[in-house]
Design a protein around this ligand. Structure first.
Ligand code: FAD
Ligand code: THG
Length: 817
């Protein structure tokens, strides 16, 4: 059979790498088009200095970088090396940065990147231009280094060409040709070219290309300064023209600077200047004939502080000056991740955008696998084109958040630090009440979510007096946190608490084909009575977990699905049958939800309801349509915090009245409002996983401890055959409980078994119930309950024990009563 005809727009590092990765998988009819000459096309790749620091908080991004360096090392180019593993060195000049480098060293361990923390003298031995008195230490990664981006592009292009790919210069794509919901070609300055698949790898021009087919790519072209010094005496004779560099690439993130050698000169990159978003409407015409449309004139004033700080760190610069520089353009995104995926409404139109040289081959490999084999072969949820909420696709959101991402690119970012711009976009009907109770809000998915309530400070005080432990936290783990959250969690297990569950994404799936669709897409059996609620998993074709859902059957052909965000909507939408047998509706915004949980939950709610809410009449994992007071509600007897109680849903207009009704009725039961931190700690105690953090498509249900949600006997479903073929998992998700009451981890820390790094933490929370921090960690299958492990938090080894699950209430006595 003939392979599809593929056109790649853009012959930068991403387009060239895509041509190689796609043809390597046997689809050889690939044509790469570029508006510029080959291979110095004038895009960002043409002048990228090519520093590759691989360690990233994201496991996936680190893996992309690792693959890229390994691939580049093996590439040949007639002009010389493609990747020069000079090593990477990041130095700290402040205690905060030094602590952050310990955190970074932890990520490197977790993701398998070799690296060591060094004292100032050892740093200066590696990089003699450094003034050791200016630094507190550094993080050295010996296999990081320099990529020659243009050589890498050309070398990959040649390999692709040998398999049949074509590269065409001076061919600008000016339109996408579509027919019947499918891409059929591109219109170029040289005429129409037919294609079955079009991949947009047009760099920072990509947003404009995608816009033509109704796709918003949340990326912002930004200018970034890069300069070169004159010859430096200190570098004389160190490097040949061919080697260019021998010293490690250097980052001085406290001053937004990075450095590399160019033979006897130093290149300096700077992120410290005021953000310079680029207006594409003027750029396109201004630079139409320019050989390097991605290079803007250097602005000396913006660079002045950079020079001063550079000479402070590297005194050898003192006898030199900046000889040349430019403001180069590349893409920033709201969350710093790339954007990859296929257009949902135009089959065959793909994007691979906002990709650094560092991650280029890794992203290209994943994209190629996705195109050719139907799935990317690595967890892509952070980079998925459809990860953005509607609100995240507005010009204003893209501009403000991507600008913020530029400002923060080298900042120390706390895992619970949320942006300050554009807050308050999505609020539940309870927002004003929560504010009155002194809520401290976190943000996710545009939603304001209470983290804790200052109104509970008195409760915390009381509990402390009664002897409930409130361990002190270090400065880092104590940020964006309050001891009040301990009181809220404690009180949920003692009395009763109200949790705002409104931001939990939910869909209505309805119609004659609804049951069949859900049966086909998920692992558990949903063919149960009306009123049933089922915990079930979405798997991908490889048996990896795409999401976990609760499905409530509210009518014979009507289901309410509790989901994990926009990616689930995308997954369902692509798999709806065309016969119109099923409708899918996101009902999140039009509805709201309060979780009322705790031993007193029934005492609180029953008096408001004429239906029998006893354990016998309204069982665990059942749903009921009823009224509380005058208000129509749907109650689901489920509890992510592992307590007696219900998720109580109503439509948005009743939300305020529902809150007041429950709050008033709760007074005699000492009800509190409780926040996300308590919620998170309670769900971890109870053994409940969070998708995207604890498990992803990289994990099977069995590995993640969710085998109970899979019914292999129920008939075919997506991922079933892969599960049948799968061997026993090599790694398992485990609960670990720390020995010391004051030991805290926050996530992504490496875990050691017998002194060797064997896994990593996913999520963690202090458990008020057991008085210890509990974490999930991926560990070798041979490590089991009772075994001792150590997690490394900011350089300190914290001892923990692998615990059977769940840690709290394995008998389910708290829930089923
Ligand atoms: P590009 O290289 O821009 O390629 C896109 C191509 O698409 C261009 O060739 C363009 O001509 C073509 N094109 C656009 N529209 C059309 C059309 N309609 N029809 C046909 N062709 C079209 N990254 C790192 O990893 N490490 C670094 O140290 C680093 N430093 C940087 C320093 C500077 C100053 C800059 C500007 C960037 C730096 N980057 C670095 C980022 C990196 O350069 C880019 O992220 C990367 O090169 C993007 O590659 P690309 O293939 O997506 O885009
Ligand atoms: N509520 C609702 N939908 C949701 C969540 C929720 N969807 C997404 C996410 N959260 C799903 N996660 C879970 C995890 C565990 C449970 C519910 C939702 C749970 N599990 C029980 C257990 O494992 O013991 C019961 C499992 C069973 O009986 O099959 O309760 O919070 N609406």
């Amino acid at each position: 059979m003939a392979h599809p005809k593929i056109i790649v727009i853009g012959a930068g590092i991403v387009g060239a790498s895509l041509a190689d990765e796609i043809t390597a998988r046997g689809w050889t009819d690939v044509t790469v088009l570029d508006r510029g000459p080959l291979f110095a096309t004038g895009g960002s790749t043409s002048h990228a200095p090519g520093l590759v620091f691989r360690t990233n908080p994201s496991k996936t991004m680190t893996e992309f970088a690792r693959y890229t360096t390994e691939k580049f090392r093996a590439l040949d180019h007639p002009d010389g090396w493609v990747f020069n593993p000079v090593g990477g060195l990041e130095v700290a000049t402040t205690p905060q940065r030094w602590r952050d480098l310990h955190r970074k060293a932890g990520w490197a361990q977790s993701w398998g990147i070799e690296g060591r923390l060094l004292d100032p003298a050892a740093c200066a031995a590696l990089h003699p231009l450094l003034d050791p008195d200016r630094i507190l230490g550094g993080f050295h990664t010996p296999a990081d280094g320099l990529a020659k981006a243009l050589r890498a592009a050309e070398a990959q292009a040649r390999i692709a060409e040998a398999r049949g790919a074509r590269f065409r210069a001076h061919t600008e794509v000016i339109g996408i040709v579509a027919h019947g919901g499918h891409v059929v070609g591109v219109e170029t300055t040289g005429g129409v070219i037919a294609a079955d698949i079009v991949v947009c790898a047009a760099g920072f021009w990509g947003a404009a290309v995608a816009k033509q087919v109704g796709l918003v790519l949340p990326l912002l072209p930004m200018a970034h300064q890069y300069a070169r010094t004159g010859p430096l005496a200190a570098l004389t004779g160190r490097n040949t023209e061919r080697d260019e560099a021998g010293l490690p690439i250097l980052r001085h993130q406290d001053q937004d600077l990075y450095f590399r050698e160019h033979v006897d000169r130093l290149g300096i990159g700077y992120y410290g200047h005021t953000p310079m978003p680029v207006d594409m409407s003027t750029l396109a015409s201004d630079t139409a004939g320019a050989p390097m449309p991605s290079m803007l004139p250097f602005t000396d004033d913006d660079f002045a502080p950079a020079w001063q700080e550079s000479t402070a760190l590297l005194p050898a610069l003192g006898d030199s000056k900046v000889e040349e520089g430019f403001n180069g353009i590349f893409s920033f995104t709201p969350d710093g991740f790339s954007i990859v995926g296929e257009h949902r409404d135009l089959a065959g139109f793909w994007v691979a955008e906002a990709v650094w040289v560092t991650h280029s081959a890794g992203v290209a490999k994943a994209t190629a696998e996705w195109i050719v084999h139907g799935s990317p072969g690595i967890d892509m949820h952070e980079c998925d084109l459809y990860r953005f909420e509607d609100v995240g696709r507005s010009d204003r959101f893209i501009r403000e958040t991507s600008t913020q991402a530029f400002v923060e690119v080298y900042d120390i970012i706390h895992p619970h630090q949320f942006r300050t711009a554009l807050r308050g976009l999505r609020t539940s009907p309870f927002h004003a009440r929560q504010r009155d109770l002194g809520a401290y809000f976190f943000e996710a998915g545009g939603w304001e979510r209470p983290a804790w309530f200052d109104a509970n400070a008195g409760l915390a005080h009381r509990l402390r007096e009664q002897g409930v432990p409130f361990p002190e936290r270090d400065d880092w783990s104590g940020r964006f946190w309050s001891p009040i959250s301990i009181a809220e969690a404690y009180w949920t297990r003692q009395r009763v608490a109200m949790y705002d569950m409104t931001p939990l994404t939910r869909y209505e799936v309805a119609g004659p084909g609804a049951l069949a669709l859900l049966q086909r897409l998920t692992t558990n059996n949903l063919d149960k009575s009306v009123g049933s609620v089922t915990y079930t998993l979405l798997l991908d074709e490889n048996g990896g977990i795409r999401s976990d859902l609760t499905v409530a059957r509210l009518g014979p052909e009507r289901f309410q699905v509790g989901a994990n965000g926009p990616l689930d909507f995308d997954w369902f939408t692509r798999r709806l049958d065309s016969a119109g047998q099923v409708t899918l509706r996101d009902i999140t915004g039009g509805t709201c939800c309060i979780g009322v949980w705790g031993p007193r939950a029934r005492d609180l709610v029953q008096p408001l309801c004429s239906d029998d809410l006893s354990h016998g009449a309204f069982k665990f994992f059942r749903a009921l349509r009823t009224h509380l007071g005058a208000l129509p509600v749907t109650m689901l007897r489920v509890s992510y915090v592992g307590e007696l109680g219900w998720e109580i849903y109503t439509s948005a207009e009743y939300g305020g009245a529902l809150w007041d009704l429950l709050w008033e009725a709760g007074r005699e039961h000492e009800v509190i409002a409780a926040g996300r931190i308590a919620f998170n700690s309670l769900r971890i105690e109870k053994g409940y996983r969070g998708w995207g953090t604890d498990m992803t498509t990289e994990h099977t249900p069995e590995a993640a401890g969710l085998g109970f949600a899979v019914r292999m006997g129920k008939g075919d479903f997506v991922g079933k055959s892969a599960l049948e073929a799968a061997g026993p998992p090599a790694k398992l998700l485990r609960s670990i409980v720390f020995d010391s009451p004051s030991a805290i981890v926050l996530g992504k820390e490496p875990v050691y078994v017998g002194g060797m790094c064997a896994g990593y933490v996913t999520s963690a929370g202090y458990s008020a119930t057991v008085g210890r921090c509990i974490a999930y960690a991926w560990l070798p299958a041979a490590v089991g309950p009772g075994d001792t492990v150590e997690a490394e938090y900011l350089g300190a080894r914290l001892s923990a024990i692998v615990h059977s699950e769940p840690v709290v209430d394995p008998e389910m006595s708290r829930i089923r009563r």
